[in-house]
Structure formats: structure tokens, C-alpha cells
Design a protein. Structure first.
Length: 367
């Protein structure tokens, strides 16, 4: 195996592929990236057995074909340290790979490409294509609500719900829920629900670099595969049952509050400074056209903000984790935000004031 490639052409796909590789591995081969050269096509593969990413690079001239695995982290660090615009020559002899550029020369140990695990190909039952920008929006609008290391393992991921009308993604950690729906049909036959693992969601979102380019998605019984011009991404699905999110959506909230998204976000950010660091609770007091936000902490310090809002009705007092409110206000767009609630013990619904594609539910806190 022997070829030459420019540093700038290699570094982007290599970075993304190496991102999948776990730093702490039980199997030494999983710390490596698989390099396969076929004429003038170089492919790079990284996997942790849950998620696999294959990046493809077109070389300017054909090299000597072959395959090998090299330490991912070291190769990334070498490429980053070389000057921009430099060319890199790779050659393999015995069981070592030599990386040369200018006056620099590195010799890396290798492991046999035959040992490299392959995420099995499963038959896809649902296939569709959408723009990368659309998928990026779905993930960005909901991803923050995924649980991290929850014992309810099905919450450490994102639900994709497909039917002939729409694609909807939902994430929840049990305290809040985020939902975003693609406004147009994706053209699949039959309904399905699958849960993507948290790592799969995060790696997939890193690949969505060209908003207008298309991405092809294939969903099978236990895998999802996404393909763009430069990458093929495969992830195992979480085997579990996602909670019925429809039951979490507040039924008939009778109190509607309209407020400026920016003003509310700034007021919450300021009051959060003096909230309890552990619980992050703030108290919201609603009166006619007024919202008072109060936070205090164990040191007896207090922050108070008053924001003008559009609200008529009974006064109500309700507590929330301010971090959850700020997360939602950070992804919503538009001038105004709509908050719907019924009583201090029921969840609140947040959405854009005009018809939007996203809904957010936040559980109240007892303060």
C-alpha cells in the first residue's frame, strides 16, 4: 500500500472518523482506523461496535492498493501538527506504516485489517432521503433533552417516528421533553419507531455539513444507516420501548403567556446566577401582564426580575429548573415565545408563538 494525499484533504474526514473511536478500548483494534485504498479512492473507517463511520476521499492520483489499520489518535495528531498545504506520503512495509511529509517522518505500528470488526449489514425496511439541513434542525431542536447515563437506557437516545405523513423526532430525560416534526412527507411505506443511541445522534449531527446536500437514510430492524457523498454512517439502534410521549403533552392548558423570547432568556440567565447550584430552581409568579422571576440559594441570596408579558387570568406561582427553560429558549426562534400551563403541579408547554414545528414540555419543580 502506497499513496500520496494532501494534508487538507485528509484531515476533515480523519477527524470525523476518529471521533467515533473510543479512547478507552478493551479491544486494541478498536483504537485504530481502517484505511483501505482502491486505486484513487481512499476510505477511512472507525467504529466502537455501536457506531461505525466510513469517510471517503478521492486522491489526485492512484496509489498502490491495500488495506491496513493504524492508531487513530496518533494519526490525527500527526496530521494536525503538519503545516497547512503540505503533502503526506503513506507507505507500508512489513507491519509498519511510514508517514512522510517534507522533512518529517513517522513510523506507526499497525494491526491486520482482517481483524477489523464490520458492523453487519442488515436489510433496510424503511428508506428515505432528505436535506442535511432538515435533519440537522430536527437533531438540534431536540438533542439537548436526551438523557445521559440514565438507568432507563431507552431515554439515552432519540426517538424517530416515521409514518407516511411525517418524520418526527422526540427526546426526553424524564424531566422535560422536546419534539420536532419535519413539515413535509418523507415518502415511506408503513409506520415505524426506532431509538437512536445518544452517541449515534451526536456523531450523525457532526456529519451534516452541507445544508442543501441530500442524505439517504435506511432504517432496518436493528441498525440505521445514513449515506452522504463523503460518508457512510451506521449505528445500532437501542432495543427498548420509548415512553408514550403523547401522554406527556399537557391536555387543555388554560393559561397562555406570550412574551419576548430574548427578554425572557436574558431575565432567566440573570436570575440563574443566584439559583441553587444543585437544583437550579426559579419561581415564576404570573399576574396580569406581568411575570416575576425569583431565585434564591442556601446562602440566603436572592435575584428578582420582572418581565412584561401578554397574560390575562388568575395569578399563579410555579417553580421550574431554570436550565431547562434556558435550553428551550436557546433553540426556539422568532420574536415571541408562548408558554401554556394549567396549574402549579402540571407540566408547562413551550412553543413558538406562530405555527412552529417544535413543542417543548417542562415539568414543574416544588420549591
Amino acid at each position: 500500500m502506497k499513496f500520496s494525499i494532501s494534508r487538507d484533504a485528509l484531515i476533515k474526514p480523519l477527524n470525523l472518523v476518529a471521533g467515533v473511536v473510543e479512547r478507552r478500548q478493551t479491544l486494541p483494534i478498536l483504537a485504530n482506523v481502517l484505511m483501505v485504498l482502491d486505486g484513487d479512492r481512499l476510505s477511512l473507517t472507525g467504529t466502537d461496535l455501536e457506531v461505525e463511520l466510513v469517510g471517503r476521499v478521492q486522491l489526485t492520483s492512484a496509489g498502490e492498493s491495500g488495506e491496513v489499520t493504524v492508531p487513530a489518535r496518533k494519526l490525527v495528531d500527526i496530521c494536525k501538527s503538519l503545516p497547512e498545504g503540505s503533502d503526506i506520503q503513506f507507505s507500508m512495509q512489513d507491519s509498519k506504516v511510514t508517514v512522510k511529509s517534507g522533512r518529517s517522518r513517522f513510523t506507526l505500528s499497525t494491526l491486520s485489517a482482517r481483524e477489523f470488526p464490520n458492523v453487519e449489514d442488515s436489510m433496510g425496511t424503511h428508506q428515505f432521503t432528505l436535506k442535511q439541513g432538515e435533519l440537522k434542525r430536527l437533531i438540534e431542536r431536540t438533542g439537548f433533552a436526551m438523557a445521559q447515563q440514565d438507568v432507563r437506557y431507552y431515554l439515552n437516545g432519540m426517538l424517530w417516528e416515521l409514518n407516511d405523513k411525517q418524520l418526527r423526532v422526540v427526546a426526553t430525560d424524564g424531566h422535560r421533553l422536546a419534539m420536532c416534526t419535519l413539515p413535509h412527507k418523507v415518502g415511506v411505506k408503513g409506520d415505524t419507531q426506532v431509538i437512536l443511541p445518544r452517541k449515534g445522534v451526536l456523531e450523525l449531527s457532526r456529519l451534516l455539513l452541507d445544508e442543501e446536500a441530500e442524505i439517504a437514510i435506511v432504517i432496518g430492524s436493528n441498525h440505521i444507516r445514513a449515506t452522504t457523498n463523503d460518508f457512510t454512517f451506521t449505528s445500532k439502534l437501542v432495543d427498548g420501548k420509548f415512553p408514550d410521549y403523547q401522554r406527556v403533552l399537557p391536555r387543555n392548558p388554560d393559561k397562555m403567556v406570550l412574551g419576548s423570547r430574548l427578554e425572557l432568556r436574558q431575565a432567566f440567565t440573570r436570575t440563574a446566577i443566584l439559583s441553587n447550584e444543585k437544583y437550579r430552581g426559579v419561581r415564576l409568579k404570573l399576574t396580569d401582564n406581568n411575570l416575576d422571576i425569583v431565585a434564591n440559594n442556601p446562602e440566603q441570596e436572592e435575584a428578582e426580575e420582572t418581565v412584561s408579558v401578554d397574560y390575562q387570568g388568575d395569578s399563579v406561582e410555579i417553580g421550574f429548573n431554570v436550565g431547562y427553560l434556558l435550553d428551550v429558549l436557546g433553540v426556539l426562534s422568532g420574536e415571541q415565545v408562548k408558554l401554556s400551563l394549567s396549574d402549579p403541579n402540571s407540566s408547562a408547554l413551550l412553543e413558538e408563538s406562530e405555527a412552529g414545528d417544535s413543542l417543548y414540555v417542562v415539568m414543574p419543580m416544588r420549591l
